[in-house]
Design a protein around this ligand. Structure first.
Ligand code: COA
Length: 394
């Protein structure tokens, strides 16, 4: 029997167990919980590097979408990138990630996203910071009293399709938010054994307009509970007020409420007065444009007429290198190889531009965009959008 390839999905149970144990050991996580998570994800979504039966490195892949310009662009979300301590800092991480990039370029979706433990590793492979994930904390007592309005009821098992619909309606125009896969929804519903996921659906006359999913946990040594919001959405201002009210009514038992939100989220306007929501975590995620023309063709664009040409340099995927031209007519894009372009960027610059994280002036100051500034105004208008963010961590 031929030996398994150096890079690929786990070759049998030993590879799978080895990777699972490595993830648990690296992140100090419960081994059973990690094994369950990876079993749900499936071995087809795991990649390892091996040498003579020795598992040297591994990563996991979420196949899902991310919204850019109001359209869901297919991505691979990378997670659980790990090497055993004795193998680190010897080039194996780069080898694994490069093999994954090549595979994705050949047969995967056009974009890759991840939360980096170290930006250096990924930047060297053409990823760049492309958006944030903000976690806010607010004291329940500090939430201003919202007026009574829409009613709500406990979520039941049959409500999940409606919850998913509301999520998509609320987030599809928020740049960077996930078009969640089944695995991400499952992850959101999975809470620690001692916890209980509670859900409330906000109802209008025509049907549900919002929801709140949360867990409560007792703070050590006190009678107060802390609330962790696992997900929420609203599609109208009255549903926002109802959602705020559902948080506000917790104040007799709940001390602090922790939740993720976008940097310019309309929830913030009602959540606090006097700026009393603390931003307790600001993570940055990175994006890699893996297939340049496909990524440009797949996203949504503003409904304008504009055109720009730029030369991309890709150190890992030569097929992406070269001058490209994007022409927008009423928001419809045509993408083609150009003859020449006087603007230059590396894939890192393209990633930050693509998500709208950085506009041309900031890209130039960061050294991520060079050459003539003739197309800067067009590039700024084409890639403009709301500040990119993610609610989910993966
Ligand atoms: C992060 C990790 C996957 C990188 O793999 P690796 O084999 O150690 O990295 P490489 O040897 O291929 O190094 C690639 C580059 O990244 C740098 N690098 C590696 N780990 C780094 C770290 N933690 N911080 C900063 N730079 C790092 C290397 O110095 C090298 O830089 P250079 O090209 O300028 O010399 C590995 O160290 C690991 O498993 N760490 C623990 C788990 C973890 O943090 N996973 C990442 C989750 S997103």
């Amino acid at each position: 029997m031929p030996a398994p390839a150096r890079y690929g999905p786990p070759d049998g149970n030993a590879d799978f167990r080895g990777y699972s144990q490595l993830v648990a050991a690296t992140f100090g996580a419960d081994p059973d919980a990690i094994a369950g998570w990876l079993a749900d994800l499936g071995t087809a979504n795991i990649r390892v590097l091996r040498n003579n039966g020795d598992l040297q490195a591994g990563l996991s892949i979420y196949t899902m979408g991310q919204y850019f310009g109001g359209r869901s662009v297919p991505i691979w979300g990378l997670a659980g990138v790990v090497l055993p301590p004795q193998r680190r800092a010897s080039g194996l991480g780069r080898e694994l990630l490069t093999a994954c990039l090549r595979e994705q370029h050949k047969s995967g979706p056009p974009l890759a996203s991840l939360f980096p433990a170290s930006t250096h590793v990924y930047r060297a492979l053409g990823y760049e910071q492309a958006g944030c994930r903000l976690t806010a904390r607010v004291r329940a007592l500090d939430i201003p009293a919202p007026a009574a309005g829409l009613s709500s009821r406990a979520v039941s098992a049959g409500d999940w399709p409606e919850i998913r619909r509301l999520y998509a309606q609320a987030r599809a125009h928020d740049t960077g938010c996930l078009d969640r896969s089944q695995a991400i929804w499952e992850r959101l519903r999975r809470v620690p054994p001692q916890g209980m996921l509670q859900g409330l659906l906000i109802e209008g006359a025509q049907g549900p307009e919002g929801y709140l999913l949360f867990t409560l946990a007792r703070r050590d040594g006190t009678l107060r509970l802390d609330m962790t919001v696992r997900d929420w959405a609203f599609v109208s201002p009255r549903a926002r007020d109802a959602l705020l009210r559902l948080l506000w009514v917790q104040r007799s038992v709940v001390g602090e409420i922790t939740l993720q939100l976008g940097p310019n989220d309309p929830l913030l306007q009602g959540l606090c007065h006097d700026n009393n929501a603390q931003m307790v975590e600001h993570l940055v995620w990175m994006l890699r444009v893996v297939q340049v023309p496909q990524a440009l063709a797949a996203r949504g664009w503003p409904a304008i007429d504009a055109e720009a040409s730029f030369t991309v340099t890709d150190d890992q995927l030569k097929e992406n290198t070269g001058p490209w031209r994007v022409r927008l007519r009423g928001g419809k894009a045509s993408v083609a190889k150009a003859r020449a372009a006087s603007v230059r960027m590396h894939t890192c610059g393209l990633a930050a531009l693509y998500s709208g994280f950085m506009a041309p002036p900031a890209l130039r100051r960061a050294g991520l965009l060079q050459g003539s500034d003739r197309h800067d105004a067009a590039l700024a208008a084409m890639f403009a959008g709301p500040a990119p963010y993610l609610l989910d961590f993966f």
